[in-house]
Design a binder for this molecule. Structure first.
Ligand SMILES: C[S@@+](CC[C@H](N)C(=O)[O-])C[C@H]1O[C@@H](n2cnc3c(N)ncnc32)[C@H](O)[C@@H]1O
Length: 320
């Protein structure tokens, strides 16, 4: 399938294609083997609304400010008008769904089915999986959203991202969120098979650990040790379940922070060095990744005794 538009975005034409898929609408398929860390799409948002103040009215207004060619692109995207959206229209705009002009209904249902923060013309064609093989992050130096592959992908495999914050959530918790997007997830983590249920047990454990972590503090040695145990276990499950997106890097950072707090600098360094996982998620041109590399280098020097870790680096690292 060719997308009808001259986009400002770039995609690796030789690596991916946009295809109609059974039960999923359009999706993105690898045309060749793609090694992890490969950037497949980089593009500016097609429609962007300030998430702090987003209202349905703002979304409609933002769509009206698009250039005619952008509007045409936007209106090509797939839409889903969930019951939740219809209730929100009543609440936010004060009209029933049927009372809205047809164009506004279309604009809103497209936003509901495509916004990963913003709506992207290329990237919003990527379908969801609860074990995604790609991820997206806004890259400040490119001033674009970058979509990178986080696991090696074989030719013919579908590229997927995670639409929700669902790494540490069970199948039913994730599906409740995905209902808003209008589909039942059938990825390997959601399938009703012995293997799927086994995966769900791991996610249930992650959920419990995540809840415990939210209550853990850095105040005492005991609480740091408990926190460290929790994040170590979380990282181990995430890794073994193939959940190698930025959530795994958060677990590694948390582990490094607990070790720093416990003054176990060698262990802190070992965890911090696992930052490599972020390289595959965001690429080496991601400004924060460069900053972290410098801090890890400083930590290495501190551990090997040449120069202590500076206060500012320590502070930056502890803030996360
Ligand atoms: C961001 S769009 C993805 C591209 C879309 N498939 C298309 O045709 O343009 C999100 C929509 O894709 C479909 N979708 C995404 N992931 C899916 C999945 N794992 N299974 C079934 N449908 C999915 C749903 O209709 C959802 O509302």
């Amino acid at each position: 399938m060719r997308l009808r538009r001259e986009t400002q975005g770039k995609h690796a034409d030789h690596l991916i294609e946009f295809k109609e898929l059974p039960q999923k609408g359009v999706g993105v398929i690898a045309k060749a083997n793609i090694p992890r860390g490969t950037r497949v799409i980089s593009e500016q948002a097609l429609l962007e609304v300030d998430l702090e103040t987003v209202t349905l009215k703002n979304i409609v207004s933002a769509s009206e400010r698009l250039l005619p060619s952008q509007q045409e692109s936007y209106l090509q995207l797939h839409g889903y008008d969930s019951d939740l959206l219809k209730v929100a229209v009543k609440y936010d705009i004060g009209k029933s769904w049927q009372e809205l002009p047809e164009l506004h209904r279309k604009v809103l249902s497209i936003y509901a089915a495509n916004a990963f923060g913003c709506v992207f013309f290329l990237g919003s064609h990527i379908n969801h999986s609860c074990i995604p093989n790609a991820t997206l992050a806004y890259n400040e130096s490119l001033k674009e959203e970058a979509f990178d592959v986080i696991r090696d992908i074989m030719a013919g495999e579908e590229l997927t991202v995670m639409y929700i914050d669902g790494i540490n959530r069970t199948q039913s918790q994730r599906q409740a969120e995905l209902d808003k997007w209008g589909f039942q997830c059938t990825c390997p983590a959601c399938e009703d098979t012995a293997q799927g249920r086994q995966r769900d047990k791991k996610r249930a454990e992650l959920f419990i650990l995540d809840q415990k972590l939210a209550k853990a503090h850095f105040h005492t040695e005991g609480s740091c040790r408990r926190g460290l145990q929790i994040v170590q276990r979380m990282a181990a499950i995430q890794k073994s379940e193939g959940l190698v997106n930025r959530q795994l890097r958060i677990s590694y950072y948390d582990a490094a922070r607990y070790c720093l707090e416990l003054k176990e600098h060698r262990m802190a360094l070992l965890w911090a060095e696992k930052v490599e996982v972020d390289l595959y998620c965001v690429g080496e041109d991601y400004p924060e990744y460069k900053k972290v590399l410098l801090i890890v280098e400083e930590m290495r020097n501190a551990v090997h005794g040449s120069k202590p870790l500076s206060e500012s680096s320590l502070e930056w690292f502890m803030r996360g």
